[in-house]
Every structure is written in C-alpha cells, then in structure tokens.
Design a binder for this molecule. Structure first.
Ligand SMILES: Cc1cc2nc3c(=O)[nH]c(=O)nc-3n(C[C@H](O)[C@H](O)[C@H](O)COP(=O)(O)OP(=O)(O)OC[C@H]3O[C@@H](n4cnc5c(N)ncnc54)[C@H](O)[C@@H]3O)c2cc1C
Length: 472
C-alpha cells in the first residue's frame, strides 16, 4: 500500500490527507504549528471563538468545502443571510449605505445592484452586458480572459467610475489583489460560480470549524496528525521521493504532498532535485498582497449588520496603490464580518465580536501596518457611533503574523500565488513536481477559486491525481 506523507495541515494539506485516508491510503500529516488550519484557523478565548485572521466563504455550502466534507462524511454547516452584506460607500467623505442582495441572478436584483452602486443611467446597458457575459461565461471564454486584467476586461463594457470602484473592492476581497493586477479569467470564473451558488456567508463554529472537520475526517479514517512537527527536508533521489526528515528522525513514504508552498517545497527538497527550469519558474512567481486585521470585543452589540464592506474615498485607479508603494493612503477599504450576527454560539451572550481587515503590503518590512490600522480604525469608529466606547478588548494582526503562520520565506501573502495574468488557469503551476511522487497542494497549485475554497478544490484535484498515479 502506498504510504502518503503530507507536509502542512492547512486547508489544502488536511483535506487532501483526509480524502486519501478515506480512500484507504496510509496517511501521516506533519504540521509545524500547534494548531490545524494554517491561515483558516481560530482560537478559543474566554468563551469566544475567534478567527485567527478574517474570513467569509463565497460558495459556502455549495462549494468545495462542502464537497470535501460530504466525501468525508463529516458535518460542516454554512450560514447565509440576505442581504449578504451592507456596502458603505465613502465617496467624497460620505457614508452612503446600501444592501447587497445574496442572489443576483434575477435581473431586477442586478439592476438594483447597479443603481445602488451609483452607476450612471447612460452606463446601465454596458453594465448589464458585462454581468450577463460573466454569469453565462463558458470555460473557453474564461480561459481566453486569463491573461487580461479585470480592469481591462471591464473597459470592454464600461468605464463607469462607480462600477470600477465596486469591482476593484470585490477583486481585493476575492484575491487580495487590486483589479488592475488580478486576472479577468479568474475573476469571471469566481463571479459566475459565486452568483450561481448564491451561498456567500460564514461557517457555523468559526473558520476553524473547517479544518476541524477535515481533521476529524482524517482521524476517522485512520490518518495520523502530528502537530508542532516541522518538516526539515524532503528526502529524494533520482528515483523520486523517499520520505521526509524531521528533528526527530526520518519518515519513509512513497508519496509526499506539500502544503508548504512552492518556495518552501523547493528549499526542503533541494534545488538540484527539482531542476534549474523548475527553480527559475518558481522564483519568478508573484504572491498575493497582504492584510492587516483588528479583532474587537464589545461589551454590547453596536453594529447590526452581519457583514460590512467599506469602499474607500478614492477612485478605482488609486485605491490600492499603497500596497505596492510606501505611501500611506487617505482612506482604506474595509472587510468586516460581525461574528455574533453569523453564529451567536461563538460569543458570550450580550457581547459583540467584530473582525476588520484592510489591504497591506505583502513584504512585512515595507508596509506601515500601524498607519493602515489607524486609518481603518478611525473610519470604523466614525461609521458606527458608540463602537469605540464599547470596545473592551482588541488585538491586531500584522503581515508578520500571516507570514509566521504560513512559514513562507519572503512574503506575507493572504492567499498564496497571486491570481494574475500568467499565473492562473493553464499558467498555474501543476501540482505534480519534477520529482516523482512529490506533489503540491493548497492555494498554490492545481485549482481556481477564492482563498480557502481554492485550497479545498486543490485538495480534491490532487487526491484524484495521487489516486491515479499511485494506486492502492
Ligand atoms: C487576512 C486574511 C484574510 C483572508 N480572507 C479570506 C476569505 O475571506 N475567504 C477565503 O476563502 N480565504 C481567505 N483568505 C485566504 C485563505 O486563508 C488561504 O488562501 C488558505 O487558507 C490557504 O490554504 P493553504 O492550505 O493553501 O495554505 P496554509 O493555510 O498556508 O497552510 C499551510 C500549512 O503548512 C504548514 N507548513 C508550512 N511549512 C511547513 C513545514 N516545513 N512543516 C510542517 N508544516 C508546514 C503551515 O504551518 C500551514 O499550517 C484569507 C487569508 C488571510 C491571511
């Protein structure tokens, strides 16, 4: 029987290991952190369950998380609400607030969405054509737009400034990348599927419930999980992969699946084993931008909407310039789930738990996390009177914390590889590496999609690949 070793218990690694254990493979998962889930993890604190970062789930119960859970026979419940979000547009120093409906398939809901955004009447037809094209996109059309940016794709339909501001924020929410850099093909794929599912929301039990369900799936099927065990090297020779080395000794395996990211995987396996062309390709890869996050506990509920998206007072072109430069913006985009309004079970009665995130530079040494947090916090306090007075606890997450969680050597990327032209669809690295039996899994290989859902989709694809290449 093939013995499978998985490096990393993020969404990709844990789901892939669990799926293979379910198939009957002998699976051992090694995770350097003392907890599962990587970037999609949570912590318990005095009756609260608090996401380590900040998450929402675009396809929810109709996406790859639900597909993995169904295959494993474990419980995972997603929660939806309609409206799915309240959008606050800060244009010209204002705070125009409007609801975003969960289901935008009915044409009337899309019409209202465009009117709410503030699209000019003369641009409505272009916006209608754009939405129609995206909702009905076939795979061929999506692939034809992989190497175009979202911004350039939108310009084929409309230059409406409000539509551009809205889609730029949506692009950052989906990919942690502004629309001038993100791939239109990837965006159309995700937009089409998200609209088709009409299931955007949160997960019962916190973001950490997803890796916990996968952990259960692994252990129920005889897989073994080692927490706090960092893999130091991947053992291989010209015949392929042989196993891994940890500080406590070597472990043999026929298949090694790495959830540690391409750069780490190369470092662990040795450049010489992967070959010059592969190493050159990997070194040229670009990573997604990062985020700063602040978590707040309030001693009474102040915010009454479950999910807030704030569009900053900036035009589309300039909104995210600061994530690649060292200037400080005047105003920042904010992504803010109000956790108790999704799952009251995560918060003691009468209290409120809010997590807010804003865009940041992915090189921790370069951005100014404190300045961005200050701008974000000032905006939140001004939008929600009483918020500041009721805060009893707050905790900041900077790009460094994200990097420490993943262990990525150079970047504090939120998602993984940047979903930019050249790095998506056919341009995305294959999960199969040049070393026989060594695979990649997670947000860096093998699937399209948004963040955690992309990692779960990768797990489904990679487990099938391993099944095909290494039959039981
Ligand atoms: C602030 C923030 C907001 C986000 N918002 C969303 C959102 O709203 N929706 C969404 O779907 N996604 C979101 N994401 C993205 C999403 O969390 C990630 O894309 C996804 O979780 C990546 O999963 P992964 O399995 O590819 O990798 P990871 O989560 O990075 O897991 C990799 C694991 O490998 C382990 N590892 C690395 N090296 C070793 C080693 N040598 N030995 C042992 N273990 C090792 C790491 O410790 C880690 O646990 C967000 C991320 C952040 C940071």
């Amino acid at each position: 029987m093939s013995k499978v070793i998985v490096i990393g218990a993020g969404i990709g690694g844990l789901a892939c290991g669990a799926l293979l254990a379910k198939d009957g493979y002998e699976v051992e998962v090694f995770e350097k952190n003392p907890f599962v889930g990587g970037r999609c993890s949570a912590t318990e604190m005095k009756g609260f369950t608090i996401d380590n970062f900040v998450h929402a789930f675009p396809l929810g119960g109709k996406g790859p998380h639900a597909a993995v859970a169904a295959e494993l026979g474990v419980d995972l419940e997603f929660i939806v609400q309609d409206p799915a979000a309240m959008v606050v547009d800060g244009l010209n120093g204002g705070a125009r607030t409007y609801p975003q409906r969960l289901d935008i398939r009915p044409p009337m809901n899309r019409f209202r969405m465009a009117m709410n955004m503030g699209v000019k009447i003369s641009n409505l037809f272009g916006v209608y054509r754009l939405f129609q094209r995206m909702l009905k996109a076939e795979e061929e059309f999506i692939a034809s737009k992989d190497d175009t940016t979202i911004r350039d794709f939108l310009l084929e339909y409309t230059d409406d400034p409000q539509l551009h501001r809205f889609i730029n924020v949506l692009s950052f929410m989906m990919f942690t990348l502004p629309y001038g850099r993100a791939s239109a093909g990837e965006f159309i794929h995700c937009f089409r599927d998200m609209a088709g599912a009409a299931n955007f929301g949160y997960v019962r039990g916190s973001s950490g419930a997803i890796p916990e369900a996968y952990r259960q799936g692994l252990e129920n099927n005889g897989g073994r999980l080692h927490l706090g065990k960092k893999v130091q090297r991947i053992l291989c020779d010209s015949g392929g992969v042989k196993g891994i080395a940890t500080s406590e000794g070597d472990v043999e395996g026929d298949v090694v699946i790495s959830n540690a990211g391409i750069q780490n995987t190369i470092a662990m396996a040795g450049e010489v084993n992967l070959g010059g062309d592969y190493v050159t390709m990997a070194k040229s890869l670009v990573y997604s931008d990062s985020a700063v996050v602040v978590k707040y506990i309030l001693d009474e509920p102040v915010v009454k909407y479950p999910f807030i998206v704030y569009i900053p007072d900036a035009d589309a072109e300039e909104m995210f310039f600061y994530t690649c430069a060292d200037n400080i913006p005047q105003d920042v985009y904010i992504f803010m789930p109000v956790i108790d309004l999704w799952d009251p079970g995560l918060v003691p009665e009468g209290k409120q738990l809010i997590i807010a995130g804003a865009a940041a530079n992915n090189r921790p040494s370069q951005g100014d996390s404190h300045a961005i947090i200050e701008i974000m916090e000032r905006r939140i306090f001004s939008l929600f009177p009483g918020f500041e007075e009721h805060v009893t606890w707050r905790e900041e997450v900077h790009a460094e914390h994200i990097q420490a969680t993943t262990g990525h050597p150079r970047f504090a990327d939120c998602v993984g590889l940047a979903q930019i032209p050249g790095q998506v669809g056919a341009g995305k690295p294959s999960p199969a590496t040049p070393v026989q039996g060594l695979y990649l899994v997670g947000a860096e290989a093998g699937a399209r999609g948004i963040g955690t859902e992309q990692a779960a989709a990768s797990a489904l694809a990679v487990s099938a690949l391993v099944r095909g290449g290494h039959p039981l």
